[in-house]
Write a protein that binds this ligand. Structure first.
Ligand code: GLP
Length: 242
């Protein structure tokens, strides 16, 4: 696991966007794993800028997102599909036919999850998986638990995740369940990049980087990946530096 500390979120977004842009320019049909949440938003802005400046085209990439809330349709403003459309896909030339998402509306969760895993394999696996980290160390929606998951599955969100994410929901109607890629899916990506900024992530960053590899801190499993890079700012690095 490589840890790169930068001065601020803007510097991180430039560095991470360049990794994605170089990957797409080297392999226009790249398979990219994307994440939602506040952490990747600045990076998406830099990729959009590069697209607008003619430095990259996303038209041939295939995408897989990490997770989706149960019960929300794609046009619900709080769905992760809507988030990606709003923050990246809709502002570039991404081919929506190559956009893959777990469906939180599926009536047959088992088939939905199996089909998603099969689609990742059929696409040749993920070239780069982008991640944020939850304050409790979750990646995707893999919450702290007694074992590491493998393929996609339905998860009941923990109270800490509900508390952290409910600010995005106007009423108290945040779903308490989600579908997420499993830890196995994430680890099978050829390259992993995780962004963690701000003081609220300091504890999770410390456990992820210095703690034992344990499903109680799902992000710690990245210590076992051959090509995982963690981008952190001063605030999220506070406990590592103390
Ligand atoms: C959410 C998402 C994760 C995300 C994390 C951190 O619950 N499921 O994929 O990485 O929490 O979010 P943020 O970047 O907003 O802090």
């Amino acid at each position: 696991m490589k840890v790169i500390q930068m001065n601020n979120a803007y510097e991180i977004s430039k560095a991470v966007a360049s990794i994605f842009i170089d990957q797409i320019n080297a392999k226009p049909e790249s398979v990219l794993g994307f994440a939602t949440g506040a952490s990747p938003v600045e990076t998406y802005k830099r990729i959009i800028e590069a697209y607008q400046n003619g430095q990259v085209s996303l038209k041939d990439i295939t995408t897989f997102n990490l997770d989706e809330y149960c019960g929300l349709s794609r046009d619900n403003v709080n769905s992760y599909y809507y988030f990606m459309k709003d923050n990246l896909f809709g502002k570039t030339d991404v081919n929506f036919e190559k956009v893959n998402f777990l469906s939180g509306l599926s009536g047959d969760i088992e088939s939905e999850c199996k089909a998603y895993q099969a689609a990742i394999e059929k696409a040749g696996g993920i070239d780069i998986q982008l991640l944020g980290v939850g304050t409790n160390g979750h990646i995707g929606f893999n919450e702290p638990s007694d074992s590491f998951s493998d393929g996609p599955f339905k998860v009941e969100l923990t109270q800490s995740t509900i508390d952290a994410n409910s600010k995005y929901f106007e009423n108290d109607d945040m779903p308490h369940f989600a579908l997420t890629m499993g830890i196995g899916d994430i680890l099978r990506a050829k390259k992993i990049i995780l962004i963690a900024t701000g003081a609220s992530k300091a504890k999770a960053v410390y456990s992820m980087v210095k703690g034992e590899v344990s499903p109680q801190c799902p992000a710690s499993v990245l210590q076992n990946h051959a090509d995982a890079t963690i981008f952190i700012d001063k605030e999220s690095a506070a406990l590592l530096n103390s």
